[in-house]
Design a protein around this ligand. Sequence first.
Ligand code: CA
Length: 227
Amino acid sequence: MTRVLVVEDDPQLVRALKINLQARRFEVEEASTGGTALRIAAARKPDVIILDLGLPDMDGLEVIRGVRDWSRVPILVLSARHTSEDKIRALDAGADDYVTKPFSMDELLARLRAATRRQQAPEGRSEDAVVTTEGFTVDLAAKKVLRGERSVRLTPTEWHLLELLISHPGRLMTQRRLLLEIWGPTAGDSTNYLRVYMAQLRRKLEADPSHPRYLITEPGMGYRFEP
Ligand code: CA
């Protein structure tokens, strides 16, 4: 059974989440403050955490950082804060995904399933990691990309960007993180680099580069590989 820690101070919402999660055979733990959340997370080692950012005793971002000091447990933020900056702050602090209130229970459950799936399949560093979509195949170990039978040539920077995205399937990678990983701290906020390289990757990999199926832009925030 998957154990989920729900960190939320709105009792009605906690009740609704609990009913829905238990109906889908999740085991639910609750915390209504950040302090309790950190304590339960350490003591009970949940498989996934649903986290409200507006908590009575501390900001949810502090909970993310506190948990990230010692754990890679998936953290799904559930928040009324809806600006890109809020989402980016949470993702940069180490959250895995972000759902804005009000939300649909179906969407939340789908994101939750995706987050726990990613956790069970550890990040793609294994030697034989091959990612296959209907459009293309990426062999991470051999550093090869195929479209059908045809091999696709990528520049080192294109490859690096593609590798970062596909080793975090479904996960939003912030512009800041991608820039830092590819170009290092000097890249600053040169998000136009990313736009250029993403456009090149799409031209090489997407059937319709202007309506990408796999290499998705999250406007103002970053990019996501949608498997
Ligand atoms: Ca709240």
